[in-house]
Design a protein around this ligand. Structure first.
Ligand code: 9MJ
Length: 677
């Protein structure tokens, strides 16, 4: 036996064991530990070895059967016709080779017509209809036999229990994919997280888990859908002669087919279809992992026939994987503007979702515990669309012995201040405030940003450098910068230094809402800053506002009111504001319209619930134009409450406090009265 054969034999054995293991986890436990791309690679490698050394092929090699064993908790039924899988194309060349093989076999040079379909990433299912009535739903299983999950299939809302129209064969087996739309997946996981239940790593596992429920009532809650793509066993009737026409028939009979299905001519048109669907991928309501091309003409399909696992007349052209496996090399803790300490995964670089990823957010320590993440772990990374990369799971069997538990530091990695996590909060914060360079940096970046002071040319990188060189330390110190300081920095010339100083000069003339937003008070975003500016009219009035005054502002609740109050209680914040003013930062106060003489002068009002004749904001504007102050919450000082439909806690509170309540009708009548109409 050659040494090469011996090595190949050992490798094949290892691959088979690993693949069997993954199959078990995937099909039986609904809990795969590696991404599909990794599984595909193992299979691909095993096929390669077996092709090279055919003696290595064993009857039970995973390459010799279609899928994996069904679990024994449902009854196993044999498929009348096997449910085949599809060969994969990963590169454009693979697809061109496929088209070449098809034409060679058919001995024709003219181009072939293909039916092109998005490849849904769900669970393959066979659904039987007898005389138009659904009698059975079976999973694909190993392709030869699957599990009878009829009660569960019947809960899938878009599968008709009785076919529509006429002309369907007496016996009709329809095949397709059951999947969970992304929105339903997100909603399910959000709830599961809140309840402390197990979350699903992706929509396909959620669909699998939902279909394998022994209690169909549970399946019924999961918002599953089915999309059909072919027929299996047919008796007692005729079907049309092409894939595309069969799909149209299925649609007539009430079964969902994919609306993005297209009939095209030739391999180049297939590649165009592939590119077009890839562009639409992120905007679709469901996950797809590629497209499928099928020779459209059934007579040609028959002429082409099958190889053991798959038809010769179809191929799946896969998209680049959105999930990949890599190694977690370290976890760093980053400090944000408000001191929030966020763990960040440093990864061995991996190509996923079309880019190389080396960092992923881990959100907080709860997330690290939920994932049971250790440094050194192999992890599954998902990057879909423009969403930031996520760590979706750990591959436990790949954990090295020296894998380290991840602990949050006790003190800030940047300034050394204590890190504090308040009871009941998931976020831990550095207590250093503006003493902490990280928080200072973020505060300055926020202050300079477009929607705040809009200092052109002062990007994040430059702020980092200016802080590191100790040229600035607070937003106010920006205005002490001189051309020479900046020009001396690496990659900054005289010209860009002059431009920055000009931009700083220009930014000094600002508006009150921008200035308030730029201060970076917690929970005070752009919209709230505007509301505060309009309500109080000047920074002085805002600074002097009590919690009660603040809570009277529409949309300010007790939490934001508390943050605003404590911001203006910190001496260093007041110093920064004074300094900014002394450097010439200025704005115009907002003139407070005199309310004197208006019918609602001196009254504080609250609007809640849904109004039918106007929006809540329009009602508030109307009240303000009549001299009232529109507040966000009900207190003993509230003059009256306007309560629309579905009013909740504010109405209850008003009733408890004996505050006057108007429903919409009474309110509109009152408005007429106030206006003297
Ligand atoms: C999916 N998954 O969307 C097939 N598929 O056809 C489509 N799968 C298929 N076709 C024959 N659109 C076997 C599998």
């Amino acid at each position: 036996m050659s040494q090469e054969f011996q090595a190949a034999s050992e490798e094949a054995m290892g691959l088979r064991a690993a693949i069997e293991d993954h199959n078990y986890r995937y099909y039986v436990l609904d809990d795969p530990s590696v991404p599909d791309a990794e599984y595909d690679r193992l299979m691909q490698r095993l096929r390669q070895l077996e092709a090279r050394f055919p003696d290595l092929i064993t009857p039970d090699s995973p390459t010799q059967r279609v899928g994996a064993m069904p679990s024994d908790s449902f009854e196993t039924v044999e498929h009348r016709l096997p449910m085949l899988s599809l060969d994969n194309a990963f590169e454009e060349q693979d697809l061109l080779d496929f088209d070449r093989r098809v034409r060679d076999r058919l001995k024709r040079e003219e181009e072939v017509v293909y039916c092109c379909e998005p490849k849904l990433d769900g669970i393959a299912i066979s659904v039987w209809y007898e005389d138009g009535r659904l009698i059975r739903g079976v999973t694909r299983g190993d392709g030869t036999a699957g599990e009878d999950i009829t009660p569960n299939v019947k809960t899938v809302a878009n599968i008709p229990l009785k076919l529509r129209g006429e002309g369907y064969p007496g016996t009709l087996e329809v095949r397709g994919e059951i999947y969970l739309p992304r929105a339903a997946f997100d909603a399910y996981n959000k709830k599961a997280l809140e309840k402390g239940d197990k979350v699903f790593v992706n929509p396909r596992n959620a669909a699998a888990g939902s279909l394998r429920q022994l209690d169909p009532k549970v399946t019924a809650t999961r918002a599953l859908e089915m999309c059909c793509y072919s027929v299996g066993f047919v008796e007692g009737g005729e079907l049309p002669g092409s894939q595309r026409q069969i799909l149209e028939k299925l649609k007539e009979w009430g079964l969902k087919i994919n609306p993005l299905t297209e009939r095209v001519t030739g391999a180049q048109a297939c590649l165009e279809y592939y590119r077009s669907i890839m562009q639409q991928r992120d905007g679709l309501a469901y996950d797809i992992d590629g497209v499928v091309f099928k020779v459209d003409d059934l007579a040609l399909q028959e002429a082409l026939g099958y190889v053991s696992r798959a038809p010769r007349w179809a191929i799946a052209h896969k998209f680049p994987a959105q999930e990949e496996m890599t190694v977690l090399e370290a976890v760093d803790f980053q400090v944000g503007r408000t001191g929030a300490v966020t763990p960040v995964a440093r990864l061995h670089p991996v190509f996923v979702g079309g880019v190389t990823v080396s960092n992923a957010t881990l959100h907080n320590m709860d997330e690290i515990r939920r994932l049971d993440l250790h440094v050194g772990d192999s992890v599954v990374i998902r990057r879909a669309g423009d969403v930031i990369p996520q760590v979706v799971s750990v591959v436990p069997e790949k954990r090295p012995q020296n894998a380290a538990v991840i602990q949050r530091p006790e003190t800030c990695p940047v300034c050394g201040s204590d890190i504090i996590q308040l009871e009941g909060e998931v976020v831990a914060r550095c207590s250093g405030g503006l003493y902490c360079a990280a928080q200072r940096k973020e505060a300055i970046k926020h202050f300079a940003s477009r929607k705040a002071m809009d200092i052109e040319g002062l990007g994040d990188k430059l702020v980092d450098i200016l802080i590191e060189k100790e040229l600035i330390s607070t937003p106010a110190s920006l205005f002490t910068l001189r051309v020479a300081d900046i020009a001396a920095l690496e990659r900054m010339g005289q010209k860009s230094a002059e431009n920055l100083i000009k931009a700083l000069e220009k930014a000094k003339s600002t508006t009150l809402p921008r200035f308030i937003f730029g201060l970076g008070i917690r929970e005070v975003g752009e919209a709230t800053a505007k509301t505060l500016a309009n309500h109080f009219g000047s920074l002085e009035k805002l600074q002097q506002a009590t919690i009660e005054d603040l809570e009277e502002v529409s949309d300010i609740g007790p939490v934001s009111a508390g943050h605003i109050k404590s911001f203006f209680e910190q001496p260093h914040n007041l110093e920064t504001i004074e300094e900014l003013r002394s450097h010439g930062v200025h704005w115009q106060d907002i003139e407070q319209v005199s309310r004197e003489g208006l019918p609602l002068d001196g009254q504080s009002v609250v609007v809640t619930g849904t109004l039918t004749n106007m929006t809540r904001d329009e009602a508030k504007d109307l009240l303000v134009s009549l001299g009232a102050k529109a507040a966000g919450s009900v207190s003993a000082k509230t003059s009256f409450l306007v309560a629309g439909e579905k009013a909740g806690s504010k109405l209850t509170k008003a009733e408890q406090l004996g505050v006057q309540v108007y429903n919409e009708e009474a309110f509109l009548a009152k408005v007429k009265e106030w206006k003297g109409e």
